[in-house]
Design a binder for this molecule. Sequence first.
Ligand code: AKB
Length: 320
Amino acid sequence: MQKDKILLTGALGQIGSELSQTLRDVYGEANVVVSDIRRPADLTIDEVIFEEINVLDTQRLGEVIAKYKITQIYHLAAVLSASGEQDPLFAWQINMDGTLNVLDAAREFSLHKVYFPSSIAVFGKDTPKHNTPQHTIMNPSTIYGISKLTGERWCEYYFRKYGLDVRSLRYPGIISYKTPPGGGTTDYAVDIYYKAAEGKKFECFLKENTYLPMMYMPDAIKATLDIMNAPAEKVKIRSSYNITAMSFSPKEVYQTIQKQVSDFKISYKPDFRQEIADSWPASIDDSVARQDWDWQPDFDLSKMTDDMLINLRKLKEVLV
Ligand code: AKB
C-alpha cells in the first residue's frame, strides 16, 4: 500500500503549528510537507520539509503536490473573523479562492483525502444560541463565517459530484500555550492565560458575560486526526461537523484562573469583536459527531486551566 504523503497549507498558524508536529510524529518527518505563504526565518531546514505556497497560486500548489506525490491535504490557510472584517475582499479571496484551488487540485491529482477546517462562525444571529444543533438556520454575518459556510458547501459538492473524500470540523475557539492565535474573536481566551502567567493585568475586548464555545488544543488535534482516520462510511456529514468541549464567558475563565493567581486583575473594554461574538452560538450540540465517529473531548475548563498555567509558568522559567 502506498504510504500517505501529507501537505499542510497555512501550517504556521495556531492550529497548523501543532497539527504539523503531530502529523510528523505519526506519519514520519519525510512524509509531511509544511507550507505557508512565507518561510519563517528561524526554521531549521533539516527538521522540516517546508515549501512556500500562496494558496492563490494554483501552479505552485500543483508543483508541490507533484514534487512530493502528495496524497492528503490539510488546508489550514485562512483569514480569521476579526482580521476578515478589516479587509473583507482579501479575506474572501484567501478563504474562498484558496479553498477552491485546493479542492480542484485534490481532484486533478486524485488525492485520497482533504481536510477543511470550518468554524462556529458559520452560524449567525438567527441561529438558536444555546446548544446549537448540527442542522439549523445559519445566516453568518462576518465575511469569515460566510466564506467558511460557502467552503462547507463546496466540500460537500466535491464529495457528491467527484467523490473527493473531504472531511471537516466546525472548530470553536481554540486555546493553546504553544502558538498564539491571530486575528480571531476568541483570541482573548488565550491572551488571558498569558497575562495571568506573566503577572500582568488583562483588558478584555468582550463583555464579561459573553459565552462562547471553546476547546483546548490537544482536543482539537485529537478531533482532527479522529475524523481524518475514521472509516469513510462513518463520516456521514460531508459539509462539516459541530464539535465542542466547553463553553465559558470572560468572567468565568477569569474566576477559574483567579483560584490559582489570586491577585490577577481583569477589566473590560468591548470593541468591534463584541458584535461578532454576539452573533455566534454560546454553546454547541456536537452529539452527531459523538454518535458518528465517537468524538469525545478530554479537557473541561478547570483541567485546561491547570494545564495552561503549568505550561506557561514552565515557559516563563525557561525564558527568564
Ligand atoms: C475566530 O475567532 O475567528 C476563530 C474561530 C472561532 O473560528 N477562532
